[in-house]
Ligand binder design. Structure first.
Ligand SMILES: NC(=O)c1ccc[n+]([C@@H]2O[C@H](COP(=O)([O-])OP(=O)(O)OC[C@H]3O[C@@H](n4cnc5c(N)ncnc54)[C@H](OP(=O)(O)O)[C@@H]3O)[C@@H](O)[C@H]2O)c1
Length: 333
């Protein structure tokens, strides 16, 4: 009995503007029966990342370009529903970059069986790209030492909220920047941050000075633009500035001017480095185990924001750019 898959296809490259519904096209296709060694999978959850907008635009050269008509690229948790001698067993839950399709046929070569005691969605959040990005960016690039002050932008987001807690585990003081009082309250009361700065309340530079009076040793930046500039204004001697993301520029048509305060890197003998987490892919299994250990021993909390309905995939992606998401943005099919 052939299976019909519902899919969201790329229908536009949203360069210099926000994502629109018309950038996607809904389609239904009949899947072939699994050939020898293949399996039929049913998708249960999609995971969302701001980087998906860059993939749609084809501005990211660390992944293959996307063409109009391609199934929208994205990560997912899926279940094996039938197998023609495939490498997984019926009922196995797997994860990988499967795209926005509610069923698919694959030999599973690029999928990983979910083997965790945490709920399966954890492989898209704290144990997924989000968690390993926080871990690699902080420890491999930021190199915090106990006593350091770590300042994080986009702090209430999926990645930022993990960074602050990892900084605390490393014995640092964690200060987060986020939009709105409810997110700032959550940072201090639930996510373990020592202090929070509401960038929407204005005067970010003054707020940073107040909460980081001895300067900032490690910056973990998810936002770029004016917030990065304000953070650079308060770096300590020997500071490490980690550029993880730049979401403030993802929807603009022109690039912002370089940060005026960059010359503080000279006065303070600082370094600034970007990274692509995939460069450490070989280490992900060990890093996931470490992160899972932190969750199990109660030192690491994570929050997931679960929306519902495959038809809502485009709107769910848009939530990342309005700040509507509370923690890792997921969609349950
Ligand atoms: N380098 C890498 O290898 C790598 C890997 C994965 C992710 N990343 C990057 O990591 C960053 C965080 O990703 P995530 O998945 O954890 O997303 P997220 O932080 O959970 O969600 C995005 C958040 O960004 C904030 N935001 C949106 N527009 C903004 C603006 N104009 N100015 C300031 N803040 C804005 C919003 O929070 P507020 O309400 O606080 O504004 C929103 O909730 C992204 O930039 C992503 O591209 C990098």
């Amino acid at each position: 009995m052939p299976t019909t898959a519902r899919q969201w296809l790329l229908n536009g490259h949203p360069r210099g503007r926000g994502i629109e519904q018309g950038d996607f096209h809904f389609a239904e296709v009949t899947l072939p029966d699994p050939a020898s060694g293949e399996m039929l999978f049913k998708t249960h959850y999609l995971g969302f990342d701001p980087a998906q907008k860059g993939w749609m635009e084809n501005i990211a050269d660390y992944v293959a370009p996307m063409a109009i008509g391609d199934v929208m690229r994205g990560s997912a948790v899926a279940e094996v529903v039938s197998s023609n001698g495939g490498r997984f067993t019926v009922g196995d839950m797997v994860f990988g970059s499967t795209g926005w399709t509610d069923h698919f046929v694959s030999d599973g070569h690029d999928l990983t069986r979910i083997e965790t005691d945490l709920p399966p969605t954890a492989v898209l959040s704290v144990l997924g790209t989000t968690g390993v990005t926080a871990y690699c960016g902080l420890f491999k690039v930021g190199k915090p030492v106990a006593g350091d002050t770590v300042l994080v932008s986009g702090a209430a987001g999926a990645t930022g909220s993990i960074v602050g807690q990892l900084a605390k585990i490393a014995g640092c003081r964690a200060v987060g920047i986020a939009g709105g009082t409810d997110k700032c309250d959550w940072l201090v009361k639930e996510a373990g941050y020592d202090a929070a700065i509401d960038y929407k309340a204005g005067n970010v530079r003054e707020q940073i000075k107040e909460h980081c009076p001895h300067g900032v040793d490690v910056i973990f930046d998810n936002v770029g633009g004016a917030i990065l500039n304000d953070m650079l204004g308060q770096i300590a001697t020997g500071a490490r500035v980690v550029i993880c993301g730049g979401i403030s520029r993802y929807e603009t048509g022109s690039l912002p001017a370089g940060p005026q305060n960059y010359f503080n890197l000279v006065f303070r003998r600082g370094t600034m480095a970007g990274f692509i987490v995939l460069d450490w892919a070989a280490e992900f299994p060990q890093i996931r185990k470490r992160l899972e250990g932190f969750v199990k021993d109660g030192r690491l909390n994570y929050r997931e924001d679960v929306q519902h309905g495959f038809e809502n995939a485009p709107d769910t992606l848009k939530r990342l750019f309005s700040g509507a998401n509370r923690g890792k943005q997921l969609l349950r099919l």
